[in-house]
Design a binder for this molecule. Structure first.
Ligand SMILES: Nc1ncnc2c1ncn2[C@@H]1O[C@H](COP(=O)(O)OP(=O)(O)OP(=O)(O)O)[C@@H](O)[C@H]1O
Ligand SMILES: [Mg+2]
Length: 326
C-alpha cells in the first residue's frame, strides 16, 4: 500500500509509553535495525510493519500513516547537446512507466521554450497556465497542472516566453531555488510517483533551478563524437549543481538514436562503457522511424507501435528506471 510513514509520531508514541526501540522490536517482531530506520524516516513504506507498530502502540493507523501518499521521485532528462532525444525520452518513458506500473501517477513538466513536449501531448499555448507564468509570478506549481488525455499522466506545459526566463531568474532572491520552492507544494501533497522534466539544450539558470529540485538526472546521449565530447562539460555542470543539491544522482546514461549499422557506433559504445560503467542503462534506444511517426500523430510511441524496436527498448528502460529510482 502506498503511503507516508509519520516517523516522528511513532517515536513520540513509543517514548510516551516508555518503550525502548528494542522492546518495540520484540513486541512487533520487526528487527531492531528496521525499527531504527523507520523512526529516522530512512525506510521505504512498509504497510504491514506499520500496522504491527500501530497495533502495538495501541493507536489508529491514521495517526502514523497517510494512505495514498506517493513518495515522488523527481527526474530531469538533461543534456545541453541539442537533438539528442530528451523530449522523445520524456514522452515515451512516461507513458511506458504507466504501462509497466498501472498504478503509477506521473507529472511531466515541459521546461523548454520550444514546446515540443507540450505539443507531443496535442496541447497548444495557454498564456495563463504554463511554467513561465508560474516562474514569473512565483506561484505554486500546483495551480499550473493540466491533465493529458492519458489518465495517469498530467503535464505542466511550457511557453515560448520561457526563452527569456534566465534573465528574469537572475534578478530573483535565491535565484537557483525558485523552481524548487514552487515545486515543493506538489511534493507535499504526494500526488505523483514520478515527476519527469524535459529540459532545454543549454546549461543556463533555468536548468540549474530544475536540477536543484531533482533527485536524479537521466542523460540521453547520441553515439557521435560531438555527443560524447559534450559529456565532460555536462558532468561538470552536474557537480556544480551538487554544491547546493548533494542528493542529485545520475539515474543513468541512455544511448539514443543508436544505428548499429554504423561502424563508429561500436567504438563510441565501448568508450561510454569504459567511462560510465554501471551508470549506463542496459537498454538503448535504436533509430526507429516509428518514433517520428508517433510524434507526427501526437501519440506516445508505445501506444502507436508497441512492437517496434524502440518501443521494446522503452519498455525495458521503464523497468530499469523504476528499479533504480527506488
Ligand atoms: N529513436 C529515435 N529514432 C529516430 N528518430 C528519433 C529517435 N529519437 C528522437 N528522434 C528524432 O530526433 C529529433 C530530436 O529528438 P528530440 O526532439 O527528442 O531531441 P531533444 O534532445 O529533445 O532536442 P532539443 O535539444 O532541441 O530539445 C526529433 O526529430 C525526433 O523525432
Ligand atoms: Mg527537446
Amino acid at each position: 500500500m502506498k503511503g507516508k510513514i509519520l516517523f516522528e509520531k511513532i517515536r513520540e508514541k513509543r517514548i510516551e509509553l516508555d518503550f525502548t526501540q528494542k522492546y518495540l522490536s520484540e513486541l512487533t517482531g520487526i528487527s531492531l535495525s528496521l525499527i531504527k530506520v523507520i523512526e529516522t524516516g530512512r525506510s521505504e513504506t512498509n504497510y504491514e510493519n506499520v500496522v504491527k507498530i500501530a497495533e502495538t502502540l495501541k493507536i489508529d493507523i491514521e495517526e502514523i500513516f497517510i494512505k495514498g501518499f506517493r513518495n515522488t521521485k523527481v527526474i530531469a532528462v538533461a543534456n545541453n547537446k541539442g537533438g539528442c532525444g530528451k523530449t522523445s525520452v520524456v514522452s515515451s518513458l512516461s507513458y511506458t512507466i504507466t504501462e509497466v506500473d498501472k498504478d503509477a501517477k506521473i507529472l511531466v513538466i515541459d521546461s523548454d521554450m520550444q514546446m515540443n513536449l507540450t505539443r507531443s501531448y496535442g496541447l497548444d499555448r495557454n498564456l495563463d497556465k504554463n511554467l513561465n507564468t508560474a516562474l514569473v509570478n512565483e506561484e505554486s506549481l500546483t495551480n499550473f497542472i493540466t491533465p493529458t488525455e492519458y489518465e495517469n499522466i498530467d503535464i505542466i506545459i511550457s511557453d515560448l516566453q520561457l526563452s527569456t526566463i534566465d534573465m528574469l531568474l537572475f534578478t530573483k532572491k535565491l535565484r537557483e531555488s525558485v523552481f524548487k520552492r514552487l515545486l515543493q507544494p506538489i511534493l507535499e501533497q504526494g500526488l505523483y510517483d514520478y515527476i519527469i522534466i524535459d529540459t532545454n539544450p543549454t546549461l543556463g539558470l533555468l536548468n540549474f533551478n530544475i536540477l536543484n529540485a531533482c533527485d536524479y538526472v537521466l542523460v540521453p546521449v547520441e553515439l557521435t563524437a560531438f555527443g560524447i565530447q559534450g559529456l565532460e562539460i555536462l558532468t561538470e555542470y552536474f557537480d556544480e549543481v551538487r554544491t547546493i543539491n548533494n542528493k542529485l544522482g545520475i539515474i543513468g546514461v541512455l544511448r539514443t538514436k543508436v544505428d548499429k549499422r554504423e561502424n563508429i557506433t561500436q567504438e563510441a559504445d565501448d568508450l561510454l562503457v569504459e567511462v560510465f560503467g554501471d551508470i549506463l542503462f542496459e537498454s538503448f534506444i535504436p533509430t526507429d522511424a516509428n518514433v517520428k511517426k508517433a510524434q507526427w500523430n501526437s501519440v506516445p510511441l508505445n501506444l502507436y507501435s508497441k512492437n517496434s524496436r524502440a518501443a521494446k527498448q522503452y519498455k525495458s528502460l521503464a523497468k530499469e528506471v523504476i528499479k533504480r529510482a527506488k
